[in-house]
Design a protein around this ligand. Sequence first.
Ligand code: AMP
Length: 227
Amino acid sequence: MKANDMITLALSKGRIFDETLPLLKAAGIEVLEDPETSRKLILPTNHANVRVVLVRASDVPTYVQYGGADLGVTGLDTLIEHGGGYANGVVAAGLYQPLDLQIAKCRMSVAVRADFDYAAQVKQGARLKVATKYTAIARDFFASKGVHVDMVKLYGSMELAPLTGLADAIVDLVSTGNTLKANHLVEVERIMDISSRLVVNQAALKLKQAAIRRIIDAFEAALPAAR
Ligand code: AMP
């Protein structure tokens, strides 16, 4: 099989992989190995010319942008951070974003300790210490509000930052709100709704148009709004 005939889809393990499987099925594609039990990073499918590569969630846009994969599924949060911001909806050159897959839905929010008066601090023009993994989104959001912030970059367990005095506020993904509640934090701003997006390498879309279009169209037809 020539490399040019192969369609490579980049997914991350867990929620995105699990929630993409039904869409793949709608496109007639079945992944033949379970990423939770297999140690393989390249998974075959029932189509000899379609394969899935397993990459870290934050690496999906990089793989697709630079052609290591033709398509990928990634959270809007990851996509915006990859592009370093969200200027005019364009996240990165060469990365085409045809579909909101409406999976892995959650929101990006600001949260503080229950005893921290966020509204009063903002009103007073206080400088806020904000801990987050999502520095581009947080920076854009507070800049748009005219709030001065000192950003502390973290890679996980953001909820700990306000509890230990590392920061006044965090910017993190919230789904049920249970994690915040368990850590005595309250959501004080909703920055944006988040869901996973299909991303496509623009050059691949030209070179392998028929095969990629077939997948995009099948995904689109399987989305809740289309039913
Ligand atoms: P929850 O307790 O349901 O509000 O979930 C919050 C925790 O799950 C936080 O640590 C988030 O970073 C993470 N989380 C929630 N939804 C998502 C998502 N769609 N993608 C990645 N992480 C998420």
